[in-house]
Ligand binder design. Sequence first.
Ligand code: CA
Length: 236
Amino acid sequence: MHRILIIEDEPEIREMLRFILEPKGFHISEADNAQDARRLLSRQTYDLILMDWMLPGRSGLELTRELKRKTSLNSPPIIMLTAKAAESDKVMGLDSGADDYITKPFSPREMLARIKAVIRRSAGDNLETAVEFAGLGIDPADHTANINGAPLHISPAEYRLLHFFMTHPNRAYTRSQILDHVWGDEVYVDERTVDVHIRRLRKLLTPSGHAPSIQTVRGVGYRFTPSPLNHEKSSP
Ligand code: CA
């Protein structure tokens, strides 16, 4: 069960969030100021923080900066909640280290979708354990890939792409989303780069029969499907 910490000073909004999230199986904790939030964070790990921007005392923006600075790796992802809708505010919120941004009033559906996306993303990004699907394996500890245990000779870029797909399976991503995840702030790469690396990755995975797992989704981008239908592994 995912734990969410709501840091918000308005009781009505906390109550509404609880009302939306608890039936979906989330475990909710609440704080109405930065000090209480710190105390809860020191005792318990959370999968996500919903952070109100305007808190009495230390603001949500300042608290976000503080958390991201102090416990860089252990700090859970943060979604900022605010009535501020200006572009510059969104940029400031994200620059503070927030992972996403939701403006009030928000729809429950959008809220849930954003929460699930952020949690899934952070689980995938932080995954340090080896992953294996149908004989295709990656080991994030030493950035290697293997086919039935035999090392696969793979470049760092193809490894990162494969790691992204294997930790985010069964969902279509656009080229631009893949760029963001895999290449981050290397701004000189463009969307065609994704196609080039997909082509190379498929070529690498062809001899073992794993290439069909990387599917082109028309009009969208790409999706990794661990076991495509009717896909039979060729013998090694
Ligand atoms: Ca507030």
